[in-house]
Design a protein around this ligand. Sequence first.
Ligand SMILES: [Zn+2]
Length: 671
Amino acid sequence: MNNPILSAWTSAFEIAPFDKISDTDFAPALDAAMQAHNAEIGAIASNPEAPTFANTVEALEAAGEMMDKVLSVFFTVAGADSNPLREELQREFSPKLAAHFSGISSNKALFQRVADLWARKDELGLTDEQARVLMLSHRGFVRAGAALEGNEDTRMQEIKARLASLGTSFTQNLLADERDWFMELSEDDLQGLPGFVVNSARAAGEEKGAKGPVVTLSRSLIVPFLQFSPRRDLRQKAYRAWTARGANGGETDNREIAAQILQLRQERAKLLGYESFADFKLETEMARTPDRVRDLLMQVWEPAKTRANADAEILTQMMRNDGVNGPLEAWDWRYYAEKRRKAEHDLDEAALKPYLQLDRMIEASFACANRLFGLEFKQLDIPLYHPDCRAWEVTRNGQHIAVFIGDYFARGSKRSGAWCSAMRGQAKFPKVQAPVVINVCNFAKGDPALLSYDDARTLFHEFGHALHQMLSNVTYESISGTSVARDFVELPSQLYEHWLEVPEVLAEFATHAETGAPMPQEMLKKVLKAANFDQGFQTVEYVASALVDLAFHEGAAPDEPMARQAEVLADLGMPAAIGMRHATPHFAHVFAGDGYSAGYYSYMWSEVMDADAFAAFEEAGGAFDSERAKALEENILSTGGSREAEELYLAFRGRLPGVEALLKGRGLIAA
Ligand SMILES: [Zn+2]
């Protein structure tokens, strides 16, 4: 066979031979890999010998090596450097892959072997890690419905298929509503808008074929419009359209779809033996139960609401000074908050930028990893999939740890956002393999390339995920690196952002691109303070959405989700001038798919932990305290999913996280 994806990778560190792979190699490689994987799975399932950990669970771990190679190369280039052929392949692959993996998770003979081992787990003489892998494998099968028989099995398949199609309709309706609405602006209506908003309004107008500039419902245009437009009537009109997405009646209305989705999820959870869908979803998370989620959210809610109500009074007074009577409305908040931000902490982004050079910020992220964990980085010259990519060998005490790849610049072929993925995960079985980890960002190119403060945080964030992969030290790949609960996976990344804020880090690495001078102290203070601005509003709009998501999935599914939403908000005493960050008819996190259903809370859960975990360093003697760094690596960064997240955190911190550090960090209580 001479398909370079499937042939042995003989380059340094066994990196994929990107210079030899062409797009026409992907489809045949995927077909061959799926066939090979099916043969491996078939052999495990039909093995005439009695099941053992080695011939079943370890055999499953070892299976799919070809799949891993094809998928890691394909999804790397499809996300970071796409083209029409790669897009077409992605559309072709995604249903194929869904069917392939669902075929494995519903393979009854395979499940029988795993269930047999599970029933005898205490007699098998397993290590802790092996017992954990067996538990996760068994639980995965059961949660996918592999243990159901007869009518229940049939009904589960129906529910899954129906949920998939309802999720797609929800997304398409939302897109249709977002696409169809726009508001034309006259030249007069542009007054008060900054240049970048005017430019995007003109570009949007051209795209819509309008006569002039327009406001659309895209977050990147409507939010700045609400922040800057002095025209209260236009803000009201735009805000109402924005919050009506998915609830406009007719063909694209999502309210009935949301109700059906909630009913089906509830039925699915019952079939699997759970009290509610929230119980089903949270079983695998660190939070574990709906009560613990609510308890945490409510601890944040009260101080956030108090702050928001106090802020509302200040904003109302500013509105009075403009001669506007009546209550502060949801379309007024962002406008007056922006005026207040300017008055209180005017941070000049243009003056800040020259201090944040991409190359120096990369050095800063490496230097912190060196001081904390002793990692060293040496640039490599190897062929990658795009000339903008760079690679480093990561070592410690001369020993190879990982290869780290950075692909930092925005380009048309890259999807938006920033992410970290392992092109190869760490494992010691069936053979020792060192990780190959990639960070992909969308920073503007320049000479030198300069970052905004948000960009620099993103760089540290993604590098935190990379450390979680690179420092992983477990036996089985299925639990290595970032293979942890969803409400735990953002801990290493959000935690690493804190090192960017350490004054000595910025003093050393935030140097002016032309003069080389360090960032002035005054500017540094402003940067850090501006990050806390309007947190009452932001916390309230987020937590309200998280609590509605939780209420929807607890107990019996509501017949009328909109009425349930109103009830939850009334019970909370939702401030009148703040809307939910995502209301039900356009709450895509919860209804477009299953990813964040009964899980929207997890951003806040992780943030509570990262604030609390960084406080552990500060309490111990500073951001670079070596004992704390050692404990962080030993208990969190190297352990993957080998133990329950809560156990890992307890081992690191000696207690569970409290909300105090988060409330201080967001400026909701006094520091
Ligand atoms: Zn992240």
